[in-house]
Design a protein around this ligand. Structure first.
Ligand code: NAD
Ligand code: ZN
Ligand code: ZN
Length: 395
């Protein structure tokens, strides 16, 4: 079969590789109908990880079951399924508590496992024609409808970034009436803002500098904040104080804070310097979040912070562990949530919202490409080119 294979920093190609097959009785093999390219793929793509050439990419996958192992009872050939990106056994201490992101069996440590990701187990990715899914019954979520129908893109987003956006909003304690600041208007940030609205947020500010992405934020009813125009925390505070309706509704003392109760980092360690977006400033977002969050508020840090020295190379290694403004966060009594999303925990509920017509996350999708165009799409997505906010591969 053909698959997207990582060759080295800034280079993937579409190669002929061996067809996956059922290796264990609990496996299933899925024929992929759609696979997403994700901001998380870029950490590997850019050469910031310890990946070795040959990795089959792709952790955002859906398709149709092609083959089932002898122990699989709940799935059969022809079933339409979406695959949460966390590969999980379904029965260990963490999986049975819903934390499939920390499965103790699928990876040697509790750092989680995923398809097509260095350091996250031996599992191949799904930017390919076929994918082996271990513990098939635990890792497949059944879908109604017909492959390629009008819900295909919405369902695909259940494999990672819709649940991830929702998880971010949950960690940030977004409630009906909440005020929210989302840093990053990439696919994850946009779906975090969208999830905040699904949860009933009153005001949602979205920070980025890419016009197309800020426009998408406005289209869903968020307030766009361009970080090139000044420190975002200050901009958000001014927007709130200068809006007569917001200001007029403030309770006693509220104008002293005038930030937001909920903050979301959907950027991670690759954050740009606000003054000079050609440079990275790994802690710019965390600092601004600490600034803009009100006392007793909460932060959801969903952007990836690669651990120190991932394999002894890559840019992240040079910067080591990241400094967080602990003093300010402590003084404000801020709650912090972070880490990898336990996708499956959310996907059934979000799937049913999609089926009921109450959620349509596919507004972020920019284009569909055949497998052969993946190398070009990776390059353009990596440069955040217009028209490449979210690219879906149809193998
Ligand atoms: P992306 O790179 O397309 O989006 C990041 C956005 O942040 C870009 O639009 C960029 O312009 C913007 N940005 C850069 N510096 C900024 C700054 N200082 N302030 C505000 N915005 C800034 O990626 P994505 O696909 O949206 O993913 C975002 C992050 O979420 C990545 O780190 C990805 O790895 C992570 N992620 C985490 C999980 C999880 O389970 N925790 C799952 C999926 C993705
Ligand atoms: Zn992803
Ligand atoms: Zn497990």
């Amino acid at each position: 079969m053909r698959a997207v294979v990582w060759k080295g920093p800034g280079k993937v190609s579409v190669d002929e590789v061996q067809d996956p097959r059922v290796e264990r009785a609990t496996d299933v093999v899925v024929r992929i109908t759609t696979a997403g390219i994700c901001g998380s793929d870029l950490h590997m793509y850019e050469g910031r990880t310890a990946a070795q050439p040959g990795v089959v990419m792709g952790h955002e996958n859906m398709g149709v079951i092609e083959e089932v192992g002898s122990a699989v009872q709940q799935l059969r050939k022809g079933d339409r399924v979406v695959l949460p990106f966390n590969v999980s056994c379904g029965t260990c201490f963490n999986c049975t508590r819903g934390y499939t992101s920390a499965c103790l069996v699928a990876n040697d440590d509790a750092a989680g496992a995923a398809y097509g990701y260095v350091g996250m187990g031996p599992y191949k990715g799904g930017q390919a024609e076929l994918l082996r899914v271990p513990w098939g019954e635990a890792n497949c979520i059944k879908l109604p409808g017909t492959p390629g129908d009008e819900l295909e893109d919405d369902f695909l987003l259940l494999s990672d970034i819709f649940p991830t956006g929702y998880h971010a909003a949950q960690m940030a304690n977004v409630q009906p009436g909440s005020t929210v600041a989302v840093f990053g208007a990439g696919p994850v940030g946009l779906l975090a803002a969208y999830s905040a609205m699904l949860r009933g947020a009153a005001e949602v500010y979205v920070v980025d500098a890419i016009p197309e992405r800020l426009k998408k934020a406005e289209q869903i009813g968020a307030i766009a904040v361009d970080f090139r125009k000044g420190p975002p925390a200050e901009q958000i505070r001014n927007l709130r104080l200068q809006n007569p309706l917001v200001r007029g509704a403030m309770r006693r003392g509220e104008e002293k804070m005038a930030g937001v109760m909920c903050g979301i980092d959907a950027v991670g360690y690759q954050a740009k310097d606000f003054a000079d977006p050609s440079q990275e400033d790994h802690t710019s977002v965390t600092e601004q979040l600490a600034e803009v969050v009100n006392p007793t508020g909460a932060l959801g840090i969903i952007g990836v912070f690669l651990p120190q020295d991932p394999g002894g190379k890559g840019q992240a290694a040079k910067h080591g562990e990241y400094q967080l403004p602990w003093g300010k966060l402590w003084e404000k009594g801020v709650q912090l949530g972070m880490g990898q999303t336990p996708v499956k925990h959310y996907s059934l509920v979000l799937r049913d919202l999609i089926i009921a017509g109450r959620a349509k996350p596919s507004f972020i999708v920019s284009r569909h490409i055949p497998l052969a165009d993946a190398p070009d799409a990776y390059q353009k997505f990596d440069r955040r080119e217009p028209g490449y906010t979210k690219v879906l591969i149809r193998p």
